[in-house]
Design a binder for this molecule. Structure first.
Ligand code: GTP
Ligand code: MG
Length: 135
């Protein structure tokens, strides 16, 4: 089995879309093996989005993701689970996301695009460790 990190962002929680989004993931047969509603602290957010540090939208991205509760999850399935989840999410910009995808069906804004999913097996390991450190 294989795991990836997936998050419903503050806009998804505020709009009451957790159930709709998780339903789409579970419908594929992937399993939610860990989940928590929490407010992300700034250090965790900056570590999570370190690859975007210095970009013009970085400040907005960090303040958005820490602004109100998110629903963080670990999703388990076969090898390449991260790719299945990314396919369900659709492209980053909802204007380019295909119908049938979470962003294509439910979002309109690139800065409030509802969901995050790890973009590689390495990212999945790093992001799971960042959000679910061993205690
Ligand atoms: P995440 O799952 O959130 O990481 O999205 P992604 O992997 O599809 O996109 P990426 O990692 O490239 O960007 C991270 C987040 O930054 C995106 O989800 C967007 O919300 C935001 N973002 C990316 N590019 C832009 C941009 O050009 N303008 C703005 N305002 N936000 C952007
Ligand atoms: Mg990304």
């Amino acid at each position: 089995m294989n795991s990836t990190f997936f998050m419903c962002k503050p806009d998804a929680v505020e709009r009451g879309l957790i159930g709709e989004i998780i339903r789409r993931i579970e419908a594929t047969g992937l399993k939610i093996v860990r989940a928590e509603l929490r407010v992300v602290d700034e250090a965790t957010a900056k570590a999570h989005y370190a690859e975007h540090e210095g970009k013009p939208f970085f400040g907005e991205l960090i303040s958005f993701i820490t602004s109100s509760p998110v629903f963080v999850t670990e999703i388990s399935g076969p090898d390449g689970t991260w790719e299945i989840v990314r396919k369900l999410m659709g492209k980053t910009n909802p204007a380019e996301a295909a119908p049938g995808t979470i962003r294509g069906d439910l979002a309109t804004s690139i800065s409030a695009n509802l969901v995050h999913g790890s973009d590689s097996a390495d990212s999945a390991r790093r992001e799971l460790a960042n959000f679910f450190p061993v205690r």
